[in-house]
Design a protein around this ligand. Sequence first.
Ligand code: BGC
Length: 818
Amino acid sequence: MTARHDPDTTASATEADRRDLIARMTLAEKASLMSGANFWNTKAVERLGIPSMMLTDGPHGLRKQGGAADHLGLNASIPATCFPTAATLANSWDVALLERVGAALGAEAAAEDVSVVLGPGLNLKRNPLGGRSFEYFSEDPQVSGKLAGAFIRGIQSSGVGASMKHFAVNSQETHRMSIDEIVDERALHELYLEGFRIAVAEGDPWTVMSSYNKINGVYANENQDVLIGILRERWGYEGLVVTDWGGNNDRVAGLLAGNALEMPSTDGVTDAEIVAAVEAGTLDEAVLDARVAEVLALVERTRRPAGTPAPTVDHESAHELAVEAARQAIVLLANPTGVLPLGPSAGRIAVIGDFAETPRYQGAGSSLVNPTRVDAPLAALRASGLDVVGYESGFTRRDSAARGRQRRALELAAKADTVLLFLGLDESAEAEAVDRQHLRLAQNQLDLADAVLALGKRVVVILAGGAPVELPFADRVDAIVHGYLAGQGGGRAVADVLTGAVNPSGKLAETYPLAYADVPSAAAFGRTEATSEHRESLYLGYRYYDKTGTDVRYPFGHGLSYTTFAYTDLEADAERAGVTVTNTGDRVGAEIVQVYVEAPDAAADAFRAARELRGFAKVRLEAGASARVEIELAEHAFDVFDTDLGDWRTVPGAYRVLVGASSRDFRLDATVTVEGEPWAGATPADLPRYRSGRVADVDAAEFERLLGRPLPSPTWPVGAPLTRADIIAQTRGRGGFAGFLHGLIESAYTVLMRLGRPHAANNTRFALDMPFRSLPRLSGGKFDEAMLDGFLLMVNGRFWRGVRDLIRAARRRRRDPR
Ligand code: BGC
């Protein structure tokens, strides 16, 4: 942060000044701006008054590290407000709330002299096992894009840049630094890119973070089709593209695709590559100048005006906002016997479940916030005036049989009239760099639930966790409240919803399937080596379940209230839908009104989802009050991405516009006729499963026909020598030193898990997924390219030769560190 607030170092404000500044820079200075100075800061060019900027995680709170730096949530960061994670905030469907939370996060960042907050993350939730689902908004691009756009506006209102990430198609954690995400063009545009497009249009993020993965064969960070053709040319984006941490493969290729900043520091290794390329004439210096201009523009945008003091943060009011955000986001999934809200008839209340006392309120990895405080549900319930007769943890966090705990919990339950049972996913279940292995809650929790239910008491389940789980007890309990990962104020918010002090108004931004096997991408997700084939194409989440008529546990958009709402007087045209909503119950409440559009041929045999969300609004109404709700329909509400045209096309016909309270609870509908050129592409004769939506069993041949090209090999080449771009996991199954290395990392995982250190254990996954090329870049100068050559010989079966080369290179390095 050296020169950032020095009035004498004011950077130029106009494009001409910027050009002049670039003209005064040496080639080495320009190249130096293309990568970090350290883990979180960019480089300064003190001679020219160009300051360093700090970029810091993460999406739901500030993770500014003062001491040891890492991007895995290992080392401490300064205390900051931990807001609900994106998956939770999304359940509020409240654009204004997201903007407020973004602004509060931006204010904390500004107060800490942070220039860019690395978020929001808005990848689509392709599969509920995705390890970072808790950090992403939705399975639907409208919800993701609108909410992310608002969040970005909020952050940037404080003069701090947002970083929209991870662009794009970062659909899984397994092998995230190398996986090739194979997606057809329609799914790419209509789903995976659409949320990002909306977020750019509505939020104009100052930075975009490219993802680690490849998209159709090319690393996202080098993908000119995506980063230039789509992001810049189609969407008009003018900001800066930064790599994900360690996500640069070929520095020059990244520059050519419009990436201006590689993070973190590579100790000058890749800056030298840029200089060499310009000197050799393989990189036009004008390309470098354009990237430098983007860095300078970001410096100017984020620089606090000289003489202005850093804003201060009121952590108390930020905490209150965290509580309020959680209140808006909690979802009442079921309340069949009307047990909620808990009134005097609830009688004696037993609180059971470890999550009541030690809440789970965020996920693991780079987004891990060190909260300023944490409200636990148990304390809030005790303070609420309810007759809480006791608390028992009932189970251990790690899934081990804890008979004593279970027995004590059952004894307590026996004394109560109503049991509040707090269940959830534990800390190791949801983490960056690791996908979940199954959709179940821990067995010890399921056993406890069964045992409590056998007592015949009223049972309310309160869930914690940032992604769907199977809920085998759902039809046997009196109510289910989902707190998701509700941030540091979640405990109070949950208690408020249980007591009725707050009327729940959240709705699911993703589908809860009955069982994992129902998920269209279930068979192969997270199990492949080199590629991840998105064979289900457009049929993701509710688009699949509704097309195929599959029963689900809770549909997309579902969430109950303690009041009721009536919908009347729908009026719709191609631009908007208007409806009157009346609160017909006896208490104030908020309703999330959803507008879905059904294409004329969608129900028939056409390659279209049954219906798609095209607009939504949240409206708060006093008991008995009515409001007219006007909802603008999405830009591409009646369009498909026509792959022959290479562009969007409006498909003419009579569309049904359905308005309702969830994707399976429509209250009114209207017909809207849309003009346009007829489209022949709806019923491709050779794609029968794409027409029927039965995509869980699409074979390679049909997927190839959809893609229009042969599929690349899904497996790693057997026996081929490992190269710099290969990942350490590819040592698996090889003999000699390679196999030994793999075994060593796997054993570290097992040992760390046994020691009860799941976060550290998960990071062995990160190590396995790291490409060899990262070793010199991340070593801080201790391990150079020549040493890597030796190491690669060692893993490639020439162990002794490799050892010799490595030792020689290490000696050379010691003698001449540069
Ligand atoms: C994550 C990013 C994060 C970065 C810096 C990466 O591992 O994918 O989301 O912003 O680290 O911590």
